[in-house]
Design a protein around this ligand. Structure first.
Ligand code: ADP
Ligand code: ZN
Ligand code: ZN
Length: 744
C-alpha cells in the first residue's frame, strides 16, 4: 500500500457524537487483533483536551491519515466484539448525514438507544419464563376450584408445554402475577430467567386471520408479491376500513419467511392498541420502542432485534434505525403524521428514510393512512409508489356523515352553538356518546383589558399568555413561563380584565352548566400529565362511563370510540388562516381523522363542523367530495405556486439572544451565497420567523428552494460546510431543516 501512515499503524476513523462534520482519526489500541476492528463497533476514545472521553463508532479503517503521527491519539477501549451496526446500517446513516447536512456522529448516535450510546455493555435480553412443574402438569383444575384466577392460569400453561414468557402471559391475563405466585407456592409452577431465544413457537398464529374483503385481498396480494424486493405501497383507507387487518396478513407472510418486521407509529399512545392486536394474532416476540420505556428496556428491545431474536419491532420515529439482520418489511402507520419528522436536532423524516432504507435492504415498505400526505399522493401519480385503496369500512360499520354548521349570527354558549347543543341532547338521549374537538388547551388564549386594550404577553416570546383557570395562572405555551393572573390591569389599573377566546377548560366549565346530569372527560396535555391517566380516561370512555368527551388533537389519533355517534369540531376556522402553506392539508387531515372516531360499530355517525366560513372552498370540497378530491385540488394549488412536492425546500433557522447577531451572520451568509449559488437556487429571506421571539431568542429564517432536488442538494453541499466555518456562525444558533413540514 502506498502512502502508509508514517506511524506504520492502522488508522481507525471514528464518528463522535459532537457537532462536527468529519470523522476523527485514531490509532488502534496496542496489541489488538486487527480482525476485530470492524466498522460498526463502538470505541472509547480520548476527545478534546485533558482526560475527556467519548464513545464513538468505527466507520472506516484506513492506512493513512492527514494527521501527523505525533498528534494521533490512541483508542482507549474496544467495546464490542461484533459490530452493532451492519455495513448497510452504516450506509443508511451516512446517506442521512449527507442528505440532512447533519454531523455524522450525531446521526449515528441517533441509531442507538441511550444505554448503548453511553457505552453500556451489550447484554442479551432475558425475561422471566414460567413453566409448570411435573406436579403442575398432572394437576387438575378441580383442585383449584376456589381460585378461578389460578385455575385459568393453570389451564393456559397446561396448553403450552414449553412454558410461557411474562410478556405472553401479560397479553392473555390481567393481574396474573399474584396467581402465579400462589401456584409457585403450591409447587405447581416454576419461574426462571431464560433467554427468549430458546422457544421456537410451533405455530405462528394464535388466532386465524379474518377473511378479507376483495379490496383488502388485493392490497395483501400486491405487497406479498413484492416480498424480497423493493417497492413502496401507499395503503389509503378511511378509519375502520381494515388497514390493520391488511398489515397483520402481510406481516404473517413475512414472519412465515423467517423475516423481521418494523412497524412505526407516529405517537406512543398508539402503540398499546397495535401491540395488543399483534399479540392476539401472533405467537412471536414483539419488541417495543418508545420514549416511555426505561433506557434498559429500550436497549433490550433494540438488541433483541439486532441479534435477530425479535420478530416484530413496534415503535415511534426513533425505532427506524433499529438494526434488522433479517429485515422483511417496514410499515409506517398514519404516514401523513407530522410526528414522523423530527423537529429539533437531527431533523429527519422517518417516512422518507424508511423508503431509502427499504430500497437499500431490497424489501417493501407499506405506508398506511386515511389521509395520505400530498407528497405520497404525488409519488403515486408519478408511479413511484403503488396505490392500494380500501374504499369502504370493513365489517358492518357505516361511514359518518360530515356537515358544515354555519354559526354566523347564531347564539353561542362558550363556543357551542344552539343547533349543536340540540344535536348533543338528541345523541345523549339515545345513550350514545358525544365527542367535542377543540385544538386549544387552557381556559382562554388571551387575557385582555376591557378598559384600555392591554393584553397579557409573554416577555420572552412573541406570544400571548394563555389563561389556565385550573392552575390559576397565565402560562406561555412556548417557553413555559408562568405567572399569577392579575386582578387589575397593569396598564390602567382597572379591574376590567376579560378572558378572550376559547380553550378546553372553558368549554369543560360550560358543559358542566349546560349538561349537569351528564358525565364528561377532558383529554388534553394538561389533564393527562400523570402517568396512566390517559389510559384511565380511555378505559372509562370505552366502559361507557363518560357521556361527553372533550379534547384536543390527542383525540384525532387512532383511538377507537365505538359508542361515539356525534363528533363536533368546535372551531375549524382557526385552521383556515395560517401563513404556512401546509395548513390546509393539515386541517383536512385533522377533520377526516377526527371524523373517523365516530360510529365505528353498527351506529351511523354524524360529524358537525362549526364554521363562520361555510362557503370556504377547502371546507366545501372536503365535505362534498371527500379527502381525495381535496388532495387533488390542494396539489394543483401547490403546483401553480411551485411549492413542494413540486419543488424542494430547505430552511435555515437562525436564533440569537443578542438582537443584532443574526443580521451580522446573514451579511456573511450573503457573501457565501454570491459565491456558491450558481444554479439558480431560489433564496427567500432572511425574514423574521413567524414567531419572531421565543424564550428570549430572536429568530430568523432563510428559505432555499429549487425545482430539482438534486440541484438544491448540490447547492447545500457547498453552502453548509462553508457556513459552518464562518466565525459569525459561532455567535448564533443555526440549524438546517431539509424538507421542512412546519415553517414555524
Ligand atoms: P383500520 O386499521 O383501517 O382502522 P381495522 O383493521 O382496525 O381498520 O378494522 C376495523 C374493524 O373492522 C375492526 O374491528 C376489524 O376487526 C374489522 N375488520 C377488518 N377487516 C375485516 C374483514 N375482512 N371482515 C370483517 N371484519 C373486519
Ligand atoms: Zn387596562
Ligand atoms: Zn414565552
Amino acid at each position: 500500500m502506498p502512502n502508509l501512515h508514517p506511524s506504520g499503524e492502522l488508522i481507525v476513523k471514528v464518528a463522535i457524537p459532537e457537532p462536527y462534520y468529519q470523522l476523527f482519526d485514531y490509532l488502534a489500541p496496542v496489541a489488538t487483533d486487527h480482525s476485530t476492528l470492524k466498522p460498526g463497533i463502538r470505541l472509547e476514545v480520548p476527545f478534546g483536551r485533558g482526560i475527556a472521553k467519548k464513545i464513538g463508532v468505527l466507520v472506516e479503517i484506513s492506512q493513512h491519515s492527514d494527521i501527523t503521527a505525533d498528534k494521533l491519539k490512541r483508542v482507549l477501549r474496544v467495546l464490542d466484539a461484533q459490530p452493532l451496526l451492519s455495513p448497510k446500517d452504516l450506509r443508511l446513516l451516512l446517506w442521512a448525514c449527507q442528505y440532512y447536512h447533519h454531523p455524522l456522529g450525531v446521526v449515528i448516535s441517533t441509531a442507538f438507544p441511550l444505554a448503548l450510546r453511553l457505552g453500556k455493555a451489550v447484554k442479551l435480553p432475558s425475561e422471566n419464563y414460567y413453566q409448570l412443574t411435573a406436579l403442575g402438569i398432572a394437576s387438575t383444575s378441580e383442585s383449584l376450584r376456589r381460585s378461578p384466577k389460578q385455575q385459568q392460569l393453570l389451564a393456559t400453561l397446561q396448553a403450552q408445554a414449553d412454558g410461557m414468557t411474562a410478556s405472553s402471559l401479560n397479553a392473555q391475563h390481567d393481574n396474573w402475577k399474584a396467581a402465579a405466585q400462589q401456584l409457585i407456592n403450591k409447587q405447581l409452577l416454576q419461574v426462571s430467567s431464560k433467554p427468549l431465544t430458546s422457544t421456537a413457537p410451533q405455530t405462528l398464529t394464535k388466532t386465524p386471520a379474518l377473511s378479507s374483503n376483495p379490496a383488502q385481498q388485493a392490497a395483501v396480494d400486491a405487497v406479498c408479491a413484492s416480498l424480497g424486493q423493493f417497492g413502496v405501497f401507499l395503503l389509503e383507507g378511511v378509519t375502520g376500513s381494515g388497514k390493520t387487518e391488511v398489515y397483520l396478513q402481510i406481516i404473517h407472510a413475512v414472519l412465515a419467511r423467517g423475516q423481521q418486521v418494523l412497524v412505526l407509529v407516529p405517537e406512543i399512545t398508539l402503540t398499546p392498541q397495535l401491540e395488543q392486536r399483534f399479540q392476539q394474532r401472533f405467537n412471536v416476540s414483539i419488541a417495543l420502542s418508545h420514549s416511555k420505556l426505561t433506557d434498559q428496556q429500550r436497549a433490550a428491545a433494540w438488541l433483541h432485534m439486532q441479534q435477530g431474536q425479535g420478530q416484530i419491532m413496534l415503535g415511534t420515529r426513533s425505532a427506524l434505525f433499529t438494526p434488522l439482520p433479517r429485515a422483511g418489511l417496514i410499515i409506517l402507520d398514519e404516514e401523513h403524521d407530522a410526528s414522523f419528522k423530527q423537529q429539533d436536532g437531527f431533523r429527519f423524516s422517518a417516512r422518507d428514510i424508511a423508503v431509502v432504507r427499504a430500497k437499500l435492504l431490497h424489501i417493501p415498505v407499506l405506508l398506511g393512512s386515511a389521509t395520505p400526505s400530498l407528497e405520497s399522493l404525488h409519488n403515486v401519480m408519478l408511479q413511484r409508489y403503488q396505490w392500494l385503496h380500501l374504499p369502504q369500512r370493513a365489517g358492518t360499520a357505516i361511514a359518518p356523515v360530515l356537515q358544515l354548521l354555519d354559526i354566523r349570527n347564531k347564539t353561542m354558549h362558550e363556543g357551542l352553538s344552539e343547533p349543536l347543543l340540540a344535536q348533543m341532547r338528541l345523541t345523549l338521549a339515545k345513550k350514545e356518546q358525544v365527542l367535542l374537538f377543540l385544538n386549544r388547551r387552557g381556559f382562554a388564549p388571551t387575557l385582555i383589558c376591557h378598559g384600555c386594550g392591554w393584553v397579557a404577553r409573554c416577555l420572552r416570546c412573541d406570544a400571548n399568555l394563555v389563561i389556565h383557570a385550573q392552575d390559576a395562572c397565565l402560562r406561555c405555551h412556548h417557553c413555559g413561563t408562568e405567572q399569577r393572573i392579575p386582578s387589575h390591569c397593569p396598564a390602567c389599573k382597572t379591574p376590567k380584565l376579560n378572558a378572550l377566546g376559547l380553550g378546553t377548560e372553558r368549554v369543560e366549565q360550560a358543559l358542566a352548566n349546560l349538561f349537569p346530569y351528564h358525565t364528561r372527560v377532558r383529554l388534553d396535555r394538561d389533564s393527562t400529565q400523570r402517568k396512566g391517566s390517559l389510559e384511565h380516561y380511555l378505559h372509562q370512555i370505552n366502559q361507557g362511563e363518560v357521556d361527553i368527551i372533550l379534547g384536543t388533537q390527542m383525540l384525532a389519533k387512532g383511538h377507537h370510540f365505538p359508542n361515539v355517534t356525534l363528533v363536533a369540531i368546535l372551531d375549524v376556522d382557526s385552521g383556515l388562516f395560517s401563513i404556512d402553506f401546509h395548513a390546509p392539508e393539515k386541517l383536512a387531515q385533522m377533520v377526516v381523522q377526527v371524523a373517523g372516531r365516530a360510529g365505528r360499530a353498527d351506529k351511523p355517525g354524524l360529524v358537525v363542523l362549526q364554521t363562520r366560513q361555510p362557503e370556504h372552498p377547502l371546507l366545501t370540497t372536503l365535505i362534498r367530495d371527500g379527502y381525495q378530491r381535496f388532495a387533488q385540488t390542494a396539489l394543483a394549488e401547490r403546483k401553480a405556486a411551485a411549492l413542494p412536492p413540486f419543488s424542494y425546500q430547505a430552511l435555515l433557522r437562525v436564533e440569537a439572544q443578542d438582537a443584532d447577531a443574526p443580521a451580522v451572520f446573514f451579511e456573511a451568509v450573503k457573501l457565501l451565497l454570491a459565491q456558491h449559488n450558481n444554479n439558480h437556487t431560489l433564496v427567500l429571506g432572511p425574514v423574521a420567523a413567524p414567531m419572531a421571539k421565543r424564550a428570549g431568542w430572536h429568530r430568523y429564517q432563510l428559505l432555499f428552494q429549487h425545482h430539482k432536488r438534486k440541484e438544491l442538494h448540490k447547492f447545500l453541499d457547498k453552502l453548509i460546510p462553508a457556513l459552518a466555518k464562518l466565525k459569525q456562525a459561532k455567535k448564533v444558533r443555526w440549524s438546517l431543516d431539509v424538507d421542512p413540514v412546519d415553517l414555524y
